[in-house]
Design a protein around this ligand. Structure first.
Ligand SMILES: [Zn+2]
Length: 245
């Protein structure tokens, strides 16, 4: 009897170890909760890929003719849901999967290759979150994106350079263009120590998750310009198909 009990205990323990191993090494897809080999399951990955924009470089130059906007996808459907699941359901790993897609597209894009060849010493800077939001969310999705993108493209990432000093409202909650501009006015700053560290690298690529009105990006460009840093391009995951400007 003693022997059977002992075997039973051993088997049970093995099973527990296996379940623990499975949950550690084979995390389920954060979007559909089914088993996945990578971060996302193949099905969700395919659904997101369906929202890749036909053109990476946005030909309508929504920021300015001098500052190209690269948008990987269309902010809708499965891609929009994935970004929301990352930010509001605490799945930062989704940004890692999306950053890989953006890096692949960037590496294959002739426009992007020519762009980096023509600019020496470029820094990639994610749009920062205010400390309050960073504390409540636990991570900055734009920083995860930028870091992973830089790992894959060998571009230098400087997530500490720009800081958000104003706890702004979500732009969606503002009612007019004037309110939107006031909401973001002086939202960013650059600590003086960071300015001197960047003395050799005055060219910047900004990274953000979504491009809507462009107000956040314009404010960041103005803050960097005040420290004699030039934004040469902006990369985002997605923008809505119908521009809201
Ligand atoms: Zn899935």
């Amino acid at each position: 009897m003693q022997w059977f009990t002992s075997i039973g205990k051993t088997l049970k323990l093995d099973r527990i170890v296996n379940i623990a191993k499975d949950s550690l090494w084979q995390a389920n897809c954060p979007l559909c909760k089914r088993p996945a080999d990578g971060i996302l399951c193949k099905d969700c990955d395919r659904q997101i890929a369906a929202y890749q924009a036909p053109e990476f470089l946005q030909k309508d130059n929504p920021i300015s003719p001098e500052i190209p906007l690269y948008s990987w996808g269309i902010y809708d459907g499965a891609l929009k849901r994935a970004i929301a699941a990352c930010k509001y359901d605490n799945h930062p790993e989704i940004m890692e999967a999306i950053a890989k897609k953006i890096a692949d597209t960037w590496t294959r894009s002739t426009d992007a290759r020519t762009f980096t060849q023509n600019i020496k010493k470029i820094s990639v800077i994610p749009i920062p979150l205010h400390d309050n939001k960073l504390r409540s969310r636990g991570f900055n999705q734009a920083e995860i994106l930028a870091r992973r993108f830089c790992d894959l493209t060998a571009l230098p990432c400087h997530p500490q350079l720009l800081q958000r000093v104003k706890d702004t409202k979500a732009q969606m909650q503002t009612k007019s263009i004037k309110e939107r501009e006031q909401n973001l006015s002086k939202a960013f700053t650059i600590p003086s120590a960071q300015v001197s560290q960047q003395a050799n690298s005055r060219s910047v690529i900004l990274f953000d998750d979504i491009y809507t009105t462009g107000a956040t990006i314009r404010e960041a460009i103005a803050t960097l310009a005040a420290s004699k840093m030039t934004v040469r391009g902006v990369i985002v995951i997605a923008r809505p198909q119908f521009k809201s400007q």
